[in-house]
Design a protein around this ligand. Structure first.
Ligand code: NAD
Length: 253
């Protein structure tokens, strides 16, 4: 399928790493103007220098800053065609160990920031009559995993943000869909394990995870980027409130 994003303005959050970085690289190859958003300045600078994406260093956990980001894109470019909300965090704690602070930390980025950006983008997109919002939940938004309580809760909420927003916006020209990635080979997959495990143990754990997936491997970030680009494009014009699972068969077992 040939995509042409040459007249498109797209915001990608979490662009410094993993799936957000892979999506920024692909969108730039397809000609999009990309606002690359992340709070990790040095890694974001690398993404932007490599791709030519526009660097937007920010923490998306603040409503007013999310509003300002959307306004900036709209004012500078005249329109906003799409946004992909990849930025996310994880804490590997179960219900009994999860502190108030850890719960808030996860909810602030994964849920509240997703809401702030969906709302701000939807307002501009509804006024212009078109736009595609792509959220990123997880296989843990539907089924649960032990030991990652706040994360599972947050990703369930992302799925509801997607479906509720899709219904509120249906018929306006604005579409809201989500990607539901499985275990993907990024910094997040190995993160938050170090305080309990040595590097060797982490490597062994990732191998064990890969062997538990029907496809017998982790996803590459570019395989998630491919779905993001499809959902941003006109090729997915009849998709509204949909969840695209990209998990190597994990959730069919
Ligand atoms: N890696 C996986 O196995 C996996 C599986 C399912 C879902 N996901 C989800 O996919 C998305 C992308 O994950 P990834 O694996 O590429 O992660 P990653 O850790 O490689 O990248 C996430 C990026 O988000 C940025 N970020 C986090 N909080 C932010 C904030 N408040 N403001 C600005 N930037 C912020 C980080 O700095 C980082 O660059 C996340 O929402 C994650 O929950 C990941």
């Amino acid at each position: 399928m040939n995509y042409d994003f040459s007249d498109r303005t797209i915001i990608v959050t979490g662009a410094a790493s993993g799936m957000g970085r892979a999506t920024t690289i692909e969108l730039k190859k397809l000609g999009a103007h990309v606002y690359a958003v992340d709070r990790n300045y040095s890694a974001l600078k690398d993404t932007c220098e490599e791709t030519g994406a526009e660097l937007c260093e920010m923490d998306i956990g603040y409503s007013d800053q999310c509003d300002a980001l959307i306004r900036k894109a709209k004012t500078e470019r005249g329109k906003l065609d799409g946004i992909v909300n990849f930025a996310g965090v994880i804490k590997r704690n179960g219900l009994l160990e999860c502190t108030d602070e850890e719960f808030d930390f996860v909810m602030n980025t994964n849920v509240k920031a997703c809401f702030y950006l969906c709302r701000a983008a939807a307002r501009e997109m509804k006024a212009q009559g078109f736009g595609s919002i792509v959220n990123v939940s997880s296989i843990w938004s539907d089924i649960a995993a032990a030991g990652v309580f706040g994360y599972c809760v947050s990703k369930g909420a992302v799925s509801q943000i997607t479906k509720s927003a899709a219904l509120d916006l249906a018929g306006t020209g604005v579409r809201v869909n989500e990607i539901r990635p499985g275990e993907t080979n990024t910094a997040m997959l190995a993160s938050e394990r170090g305080y309990k495990m040595s590097q060797e143990e982490i490597d062994a754990k990732l191998k064990e995870i890969a062997s538990s997936i029907p496809e017998k491997r982790l996803a590459n970030p570019s395989e998630i980027a491919a779905s993001a680009i499809f959902l941003l494009s006109d090729q997915s014009s009849y998709m509204q409130g949909a969840s695209v699972t990209v998990d190597g068969g994990y959730t069919i077992c």
